[in-house]
Design a binder for this molecule. Structure first.
Ligand code: TYM
Length: 334
C-alpha cells in the first residue's frame, strides 16, 4: 500500500511586495519539499488586513503572490495553491481557537509587541489575534511540517500549544505541527541595517530587495548595502552586513561560507558585491518573466485558485466539523 504523504502548510501575506527574504526563507524551501509532501500553499489575505490595505492593491498583490509561488516552481498540479478567504473554515476555526488562547500568551508575541509600539492604542485587535488565525490555518489541514523563516517560530510554538491544549481538553483532534526552518536563509537581514530582519514593510526601499525588482535596481541596492571598514569577506558576527550578503550568496548558489571566504581572500568588497548581485539577478530574473506571464492570464489563475479552494475547503471543513462536535455544538440535520 502506498504510504500517506506527510502534510505541509505554509503561507505568505499579500500585504506588500514580496522580498528576497520571503523567497529565500520560505518559497525556495517549498519548491524543494513539494515532491516529498502533500503541500498546501496559501495566500493569506485574511492576515493581510490586520494592517490597512487598499482594496485594489490587495487584489493585485493576492494574484501576484500566487503567481510568484508558481513561477518559483511550485507545481499547481501536485500541490494545493489557494487563497485563504476562499476557505471560510479559517475564520471560523480561528474564532473557536481564540476561546482557548490566553491574552497573556498572545501579548508575549514579539511581532505583536513590535507592532504595538508602532501603532500604540489604535493597534487593530486583529494584530493581537493574528497568531490564532495562523494556528487555525495550520491545524485545519492536520499539518505535520510548516516551512517558514525564523521570525515565525514563536507563532508556530503557539500553534503547537493550542493543538496540545485542545487535544488534552477533548481528545485527539489535531496533529501537533513541527516547524521547518532551514539552516541558511531563515533570516535575511536588512541591507541598510543588518541587525534587523529584511521586511517588506520597511520605509526605506534600499533596505530590501523585492522579488520583482528589475536587475538594475537589484545591482544598485546590493552595491549600496551597508558593510564595514574591515575589508575582508568573512562570516562573522562582527561583520553583520558581509555575513548577510554571504548568507544570500550561499543560499542561492549552494557554496559554503568557507568556499566564499577563500574565493574573495585579500580582495575587499567590490567584486564580492558584484557577484552577489549577479547571483540574485540570475535567480530572480526567470521568475520575474514567468510572473509577468502568469498575472496576465487571469483565467488560468482563476482555474488554479478555484481547484485549490475546492480541495482546501473539503479538508478544512472536515477538521472544523470535528472541532465543533467535540466542543458540543449541535450539528445541523441533513
Ligand atoms: P510573512 O508574510 O511575513 O512572510 C512569509 C514567509 O517569509 C518568511 N520571511 C523571511 N525569511 C527569511 N528572511 C526574512 N527577512 C524573511 N521575511 C519573511 C517568513 O518567515 C514566512 O515564512 N504569519 C505569516 C504568514 C502565515 C503563515 C500561516 C505561515 C499565515 N498563516 C501558516 C505559515 C503557516 C507571515 O506573516 O509571514
Amino acid at each position: 500500500m502506498e504510504e500517506k504523504k506527510k502534510v505541509i502548510f505554509s503561507g505568505i501575506q499579500p500585504s506588500g511586495q514580496l522580498t528576497l527574504g520571503n523567497y529565500l526563507g520560505a518559497i525556495k524551501n517549498w519548491v524543494k519539499l513539494q515532491e516529498e509532501y502533500d503541500c498546501y500553499f496559501c495566500v493569506v489575505d485574511l492576515h493581510a488586513i490586520t494592517v490597512k490595505q487598499e482594496p485594489k492593491d490587495l487584489r493585485t498583490r493576492t494574484l501576484e503572490v500566487m503567481s510568484i509561488y508558481m513561477a518559483a516552481g511550485i507545481d499547481p498540479e501536485k500541490n494545493t495553491i489557494f487563497i485563504q478567504s476562499h476557505v471560510p473554515a479559517h475564520s471560523e476555526a480561528a474564532w473557536l481557537l481564540n476561546c482557548y488562547s490566553y491574552m497573556g500568551e498572545l501579548g508575549r508575541m514579539t511581532q505583536y509587541k513590535d507592532k504595538s509600539q508602532k501603532y500604540g492604542e489604535s493597534i487593530a485587535s486583529g494584530l493581537f489575534n493574528y497568531p490564532v488565525l495562523m494556528a487555525a490555518d495550520i491545524l485545519l489541514y492536520q499539518t505535520d511540517l510548516v516551512p517558514v523563516g525564523s521570525d515565525q517560530k514563536q507563532h508556530l510554538e503557539l500553534a503547537r500549544d493550542l493543538a496540545q491544549r485542545f487535544n488534552n481538553l477533548y481528545s485527539e483532534t489535531f496533529v501537533v505541527p513541527d516547524p521547518y526552518i532551514s539552516k541558511t536563509g531563515a533570516k535575511i537581514m536588512d541591507l541598510q541595517d543588518p541587525t534587523k530582519k529584511m521586511s517588506k514593510s520597511d520605509d526605506n526601499p534600499n533596505s530590501f530587495i523585492l522579488i520583482m525588482d528589475p536587475p538594475e535596481v537589484i545591482r544598485k541596492k546590493v552595491s549600496r548595502a551597508v558593510t564595514d571598514s574591515i575589508g575582508a569577506v568573512k562570516y562573522t558576527d562582527e561583520q553583520p552586513g558581509v555575513k548577510n550578503l554571504m548568507t544570500i550568496l550561499s543560499t542561492i548558489t549552494g557554496e559554503s561560507f568557507e568556499e566564499i571566504e577563500k574565493k574573495y581572500e585579500g580582495q575587499g568588497y567590490a567584486q564580492f558585491k558584484k557577484d552577489v548581485a549577479e547571483a540574485i539577478v540570475a535567480e530572480l530574473e526567470p521568475i520575474q518573466i514567468k510572473v509577468k506571464e502568469l498575472v496576465a492570464n487571469k483565467a488560468y489563475l482563476e482555474s488554479i485558485y478555484k481547484a485549490g479552494a475546492e480541495k482546501a475547503n473539503y479538508i478544512a471543513n472536515k477538521t472544523l466539523r470535528k472541532m465543533q462536535k467535540k466542543i458540543g455544538f449541535i450539528p445541523v440535520s441533513k
